[in-house]
Design a protein around this ligand. Sequence first.
Ligand SMILES: [Zn+2]
Length: 302
Amino acid sequence: MSWFSKVKKPLEAITSRDKIPEGIWKKCDECKAIIYGQELDNNFQVCPKCGHHHRLSARERIRLLIDEGTFQEKDGELAPNDPLKFRDSKKYKDRIAESKKKTGLNESAISGSGLMCNRPVEIAVLDFDFIGGTLGSVAGEKITRTIERSIRSRHPAIIVSSSGGARMQEGIFSLMQMAKTSSALGELDELKIPFISLLAHPVTGGVSASFAMLGDVIIAEPKALIGFAGPRVIEETIREQLPEGFQRSEFMMDHGFVDMVVPRLELKETMAKLLDHMCGAIACLLPLESKEDSTDSAKSGA
Ligand SMILES: [Zn+2]
């Protein structure tokens, strides 16, 4: 096996950050260090030299957050349709087929049940490599079902967002997922079941305008882009230069949109501690009869 796979482009072309050939070595997007691919994989795509967070697939995200061997995927068979027969530069159904091949997923969201440091949770994760992690109607349905499982089981809900927003190829069917997921979260909130929203680069558009910003605790990975419209659109609209770090996690925390910025390798422990704290506090707040029979309290709360 060669160390670098062959490229037919001139040498200067591969110095650009996106053109590094696929092989056993990878180049850090930030510090440009050449890193052994396996080392980056073992480190969940965090650069060991500079700490830059590269994109993590949804499956790897599950491996990061959920105890080994405990994840039970739900609704994995659900796949998107093409209700509008949409076509832009490509047919929507061709985009779906390409994304399925690229990611091995049926839709941009993976969802299921598992343990986080021995605590049962319901989790849904968006994968940016599937049409930009966009919120199609099936992704919205899987997220809603995750919240509904939380409501039934009273286990905390975790949603990890990495998404360009609503999926324009599904038009209104995509936009209505914003209301549907938010409505389910409203019910979860009434029952005082904890919901942690984790934001990974980037979180924009309809996802940032719905469930991603409705967490009891909103955690962001360092330097993730978080906002509704992107900085380029805002700059062109207001014709002003934006401040440094605008819409990045740290800026959003300073301005009250995000509660915590946590490095990827500390996420699981931090979230488990938060859940211990939140679930402990909720147990104290519940009336005695609710503690004895959680099913009855769920009914009365709904
Ligand atoms: Zn680096």
